[in-house]
Design a protein around this ligand. Structure first.
Ligand code: FAD
Length: 312
């Protein structure tokens, strides 16, 4: 949207690929609450957003982490682990920061991480004809169990409580899917296997049970950590960046923020609200850089030739 309205844009992203949580955490999950799409796979939404963005030619720097910021003569200097970038305005869309999964406290978990035990789910085809154990009781665990069950031979789901913190409809489907077995209240205590692969799992049920599994998915959530941005002298609320609801401005002039990493009264962490916040932030950044320009014209009123590099 910034490019559409004539601003020069540079995107800096820690990961190898753009797409944030959608790409890194749930690329193959269908999303049902993005306006205009009755259902869209997360990876397809990311692909469409990238195609839409490329039209305006932003500079994209991946595998580069923003660490600190300094300012001089009205320009912010962003220092990353690779180089320094200058900009007159910054839009932070850092979400939950780095994705650090909560690790499974089971014996053997360290030995099999990424060798059968996954915290970031690979392509669903990977589970074809496998016996998969999912650990967790939230939306992520339940959704993964349901998606994987369409490819796997069998899915076991272990949760330490009897109640799930997931959509009621998803839990209903979970309990009715023939190739899913739910174990509650129960915990995974040990991962069994040989040098090459996982072969089984020890469950804490009474009496203790050993089940045969080929893969394990740890879905206990992530530690949200905004990392170095917490030291940017921005006001924070419960670990999130405080912004003003009407402008998306942080407490430092010229630094705006949107998405899951921000806080304002009534904030909801959804893709749709993030899109709306971007519209507000871009209008404000445009006026911040060029006070004579207010609001945003409709894209349908812009001539294609005027869409790029309108503002020097
Ligand atoms: C399993 C799951 C299912 C979900 N399902 C839905 C759904 O159905 N509908 C819905 O609306 N929402 C859903 N969400 C929530 C949705 O994914 C988030 O609201 C959305 O991803 C927030 O986008 P964001 O851009 O704010 O942050 P993120 O997606 O977290 O992206 C932030 C990006 O910033 C990068 N970054 C962080 N720190 C730095 C740094 N210092 N330097 C450089 N780069 C950095 C990160 O690597 C990341 O790529 C779901 C979330 C999960 C986990």
């Amino acid at each position: 949207m910034a490019g559409l309205h004539g601003m020069k844009v540079k995107i800096i992203e820690t990961l190898t690929d753009l797409g944030g949580q959608l790409h890194a955490l749930y690329p193959e999950k269908p999303i049902y609450d993005v306006p205009g799409f009755p259902a869209v796979m997360a990876k397809d939404l990311v692909r469409a957003l990238i195609t839409q963005m490329r039209r305006y030619g932003p500079v994209i720097c991946t595998r580069e982490s923003v660490e600190s910021v300094t300012s001089k003569d009205g320009v912010y200097w962003l220092h990353t682990d690779k180089e320094t970038h200058g900009s007159r305005a910054i839009l932070l869309a850092v979400g939950i920061g780095s994705f650090t999964p909560r690790k499974l406290p089971a014996i053997g978990a360290d030995d099999y991480e990424n060798r059968g035990l996954y915290y970031f789910v690979p392509e669903l085809q990977h589970f074809s004809d496998q016996r998969v154990l999912v650990v967790g009781g939230g939306d992520t665990a339940v959704d993964w169990a349901l998606s994987i069950s369409q490819h796997a031979r069998h899915v076991d789901l272990v949760h330490r409580r009897n109640e799930f913190r997931a959509l009621q409809e998803s839990v209903r489907q979970l309990l009715q899917t023939p190739n899913i077995t739910v174990h509650t209240p129960c915990q995974l205590t040990e991962i069994l296997g040989d040098d090459a692969k996982i072969t089984g799992a020890v469950l804490s049920s009474q009496p203790k049970r050993i089940i045969k599994v080929d893969c394990i998915i740890g879905a206990l959530g992530f530690h949200p950590d905004l990392g170095p941005i917490k030291r940017w002298d921005l006001d924070m609320v419960d670990g999130n960046i405080k912004v003003s609801l009407d402008t998306m401005a942080t407490t430092r002039p010229g630094i705006f923020a949107v998405g899951d990493g921000i806080s304002y009264p009534g904030k909801v962490k959804l893709i749709a609200t993030g899109f709306g916040e971007v519209g507000i932030a871009i209008a404000q950044i445009r006026s911040y850089l060029h006070p004579e320009l207010k609001g945003l014209p409709h894209s349908s009123n812009l001539k294609p030739s005027k869409m790029v590099a309108e503002i020097p």
